[in-house]
Design a protein around this ligand. Sequence first.
Ligand SMILES: Nc1nc2c(ncn2[C@@H]2O[C@H](COP(=O)(O)OP(=O)(O)OP(=O)(O)O)[C@@H](O)[C@H]2O)c(=O)[nH]1
Ligand SMILES: [Mg+2]
Length: 491
Amino acid sequence: MFESLSEGLQSAFKSLRGKGKLTEGNMREGLQAVEQAMLEADVSYPVVQDFMQHVTEQALGRRVLLSLRPHEELVRIIYDELVKVLGPVDSSLHLKKDGVTVIMLCGLQGSGKTTTCGKLSQLLLEEKVRPLLVAADLQRPAAIDQLHVIGEKLGVPVYSDRDQKDPVKVCQAGLAKAKQEDARVVILDTAGRLAIDEELMAELGRIDRKIGPDQVYLVVDGMTGQDAVNSAGAFNKALELDGVVMTKLDGDARGGALLSVKQVTGVPIKFIGTGEHFDALEPFRPEGMASRILEMGDIVAAAREAHRIVDEAEREELEKKMAAGEMTLDDFKNLLEKVAKPGLMGKMMGLMPGMGQLKGLMQSEEAEGGIRQTIGAINSMTAAERRNPKIIDASRRQRIAQGAGVQAPVISQLVKQFEMMKPLMQGLAGQGVGDRMAMMRQLQSSGALTDPSMGGLKVKKSTGKRLSNAERAKLKKEREKELRRRRRKGG
Ligand SMILES: Nc1nc2c(ncn2[C@@H]2O[C@H](COP(=O)(O)OP(=O)(O)OP(=O)(O)O)[C@@H](O)[C@H]2O)c(=O)[nH]1
Ligand SMILES: [Mg+2]
């Protein structure tokens, strides 16, 4: 998501990081690179101008230029500004306490309206709210079939009338049906056009006036740039939108539409679509999105994803074990089996701070093969070995490797990595998802991320025994030296 924008901003920060001291001159150069990155991401020009004006005002302030880490200050300023541009947060569907809430989805052809009907239904079902879908797209017969297929998959009733030519009548009958079916929410799937035209706007306007939906959402394809944003302006004029659903952010969306649409329409982005499946809808969080754009990762989203794949009771059990440092290879294997779903690992990595570069690696089939290999290796261990991998000596290693069809060093590597992960897990267990900064610090200072193969710092790891003050000071010096070296290298 937004790789080019992220990369552009990263290189702008990098150019500043190399400078010992920042002056107004080199800060301006860095800011120009930021502006360039935004324009290349197809953010609309007035939005970029506005954005840059706010950022520049703050970045050229004395406090920033004289601070110890001016480039970090710039990251902070840009983060805050991104959150402002993307916000405010309002992912509530504003369901009525009594009676039926009507949600109308509209948007250009192929923007993802019908798919979003399914995704919203799934979300409602998770909240134990019963929706009903109305096929108000009478442009093509296939649209009705598509909605029925979605309804059947989710077990959600769909109202349609193939003989009716007036979408308003279909919506009215759909509402009556919802009362019979005891549905609390009605979602109207309307027709799209390739471009804004009067006929479409008139049709949507009529539905809006006659039905009076409680919420009107515009579904915008996040892969499209300025055109989508311009049409959003037209939709808003005709329909007074309550929110935007931005879809297809899982592809190579450049970010332009996301950053511009709120400025152009003034309505909040409610949800983002990140895939074709029904569970690929996330409530929109400006902070999370700003973090992803700046490649700071989004721990909250990662945590949420983790919650989705590990059920509550299991998670509590696992957290307890993690906190006590009692996680076994068995637990590890269970966890791996859950994340070994194709593509999921890459997705989670993309959400973790500082793991952006690793994402491509983890998405590769090779990496997924690696996970399967690890699972296979754990499967060839005895129960005792899984509980206590320390007993795995050379001959056991040979046996396990043979069983799993791998070379013996793979097994020692696996055990080593598992032991390194443990303290990290211990640190993370029990941390609320709210305190993102603390968690990030924890991740950064944890031993496990210092594994150079994970892209971390190459410094000596603590051996677990108490260090003398002199030893500690020496270690600290080494760490700082390594940090300085990396900073010089710009990495
Ligand atoms: N990758 C990805 N694909 C999506 C997403 N949302 C929708 N799609 C795909 O986009 C295509 C169009 O989606 P539809 O839901 O049919 O779009 P629509 O707005 O109803 O289209 P019309 O009814 O023709 O106006 C389908 O192939 C969907 O699977 C998303 O968030 N990510
Ligand atoms: Mg459709």
